[in-house]
Design a protein around this ligand. Sequence first.
Ligand code: ATP
Ligand code: ATP
Ligand code: MG
Ligand code: MG
Ligand code: MG
Ligand code: MG
Length: 266
Amino acid sequence: KSKMANSRYEYVKSFEVEDEVFMPNLIVVRIDGRDFQRWYLIRFSQVHEFEKPNDERALNLMNSCAVAMLEEYPDIVFSYGYSDEYSFVFKKTTKFYQRRASKILSLTASFFTSMYVTKWKEFFPQEKLRYAPSFHSRVISCASIEVLQTYLAWRQNDCHTNNQYSTCLWMLIKSGKTEKEAEEILKGTQKQDKNELLFQQFGINYKNLPELFRRGSCVFKTEVEDIVKYHEDGTPVKRLRRKPRIVHSENIAGRNFWSEHPCLLK
Ligand code: ATP
Ligand code: ATP
Ligand code: MG
Ligand code: MG
Ligand code: MG
Ligand code: MG
C-alpha cells in the first residue's frame, strides 16, 4: 500500500469504482445460490437430491451459515432467509470497509459460501458435495427504516407465495401428474384456491406446515445467560452474552416484531 503512494502507478487508483453507501442509508446485502434450480443448467438442488418442495437439511444449513455470519461480522444486526437466499442488515452507523458496497458484497458472499461448503457434511452426511456451489449477491441501500421494513415484507411475502405454489406443485407431481400438467392446473389460481386444493385433494392444512417453510428464518442476537466458569464452591459464574438466535416470525416487517426487538435498529 505504502509503496503505491506518490509512485507513477498511483493514478490507476482513481480508476477504482467508487461505491460507498452513504449514511444514513442502511446497508442490506442479499446473497442467493447460483443456479440452484434453473431448468436449462445444472441444478444444484437436483444434483444433490434436495427433497421437494422443501429440503429441511438445506434450510438448516443456510440458517447455520447465517448464524456464522452474525458471529463473524458484529455489524450485522439482523438477517432473514428462505430457500437459497439470505438478507443481511448492517447497523445504521456501520463503518465496515468504509461502507464500500463491493468490499462488503464480496466478503459476505465469499464467507457465506465457504461456510456453506465447510458445514455441508454436518447437514448432508449421506450426500457428497459434487461441485463447488456459488452465491451471487447485491447491496440494497435502504433510505429509511420504512424502506427496510417494506423490503423485508417483500422477501417474506415471496417466501410465502413461492412456498404455497411449490407445495401445491409438488403434491400434484407426487400424486402422478407431470410437471407440465401440475403447472397447468395451478395457472391463474389465487392463494385461496391453492389452500383449497391442498385441503380438498391432499388433506393438508397449509397453516399446519412447519414455520420454517412458511415463514422463513430470522437470525439476530439476543442476550442469553452463559455460565463462564464455576467458583470453588461450585456456584456458577454467569455472564450475559449476545448470541445469534434463529426465529420463525409471522410478520418480520410488522410493528410488533420491531418493537419487541428495539435494539436491532440502534
Ligand atoms: P485486507 O483484508 O485488507 O486484504 P490483508 O491483511 O489481507 O488485508 P494484504 O495487503 O492483502 O493484507 O496483504 C496480504 C499479506 O498476506 C501479504 O502482505 C503477506 O504478508 C501475506 N501473504 C499472502 N500470501 C502469502 C504467501 N503466499 N506467503 C506468505 N505470505 C503471504
Ligand atoms: P439464480 O442463479 O438466478 O439464483 P436459481 O436457479 O438459484 O437461479 P432461485 O430463484 O434462486 O433460482 O430459486 C432457487 C430454487 O432452488 C428454489 O426455487 C427451489 O426450487 C430450489 N431450492 C432452494 N432451496 C431449497 C430447499 N431447501 N429445498 C428444496 N429446493 C430448494
Ligand atoms: Mg492482498
Ligand atoms: Mg438462486
Ligand atoms: Mg433464490
Ligand atoms: Mg488481503
